[in-house]
Design a protein around this ligand. Structure first.
Ligand code: SF4
Length: 94
């Protein structure tokens, strides 16, 4: 029978200690992903469209809470306007 310490069996204690490094790995991966994105300056990001080209029509755009809210970009760091534009623009395929 498993030993009980502070309401935890050895199995649940070991499970907790194994889960913590897994969580840290996910957090580190997210931080690393952000660090690998281009800066807004390096891709000449602007918060206004370039003609009919804007972030909401770009395949790298991750929409915000609604059509006019800032979102994120898979390629560029920071908050991104759906009406913005940068050198890495790539139209969504239809
Ligand atoms: S790659 Fe550039 S144009 Fe496309 S969503 Fe990101 S910031 Fe906007």
């Amino acid at each position: 029978m498993a030993e009980v310490t502070n309401g935890m069996t050895r199995g649940t204690f070991l499970g907790s200690t194994v889960a913590l490094p897994a969580f840290l790995t996910v957090a580190n991966a997210a931080a690393l992903a952000d660090a690998q994105k281009a800066s807004q300056a390096s891709v000449h990001y602007q918060s206004s469209p370039n003609g009919n080209k804007q972030c909401s029509g770009c395949k790298f755009f991750i929409a915000g809470s609604d059509a006019n809210s800032d979102g994120r970009c898979q390629m560029v760091d920071g908050s991104i306007s759906p009406h913005g534009y940068c050198d890495s623009y790539s139209a969504k395929s239809s």
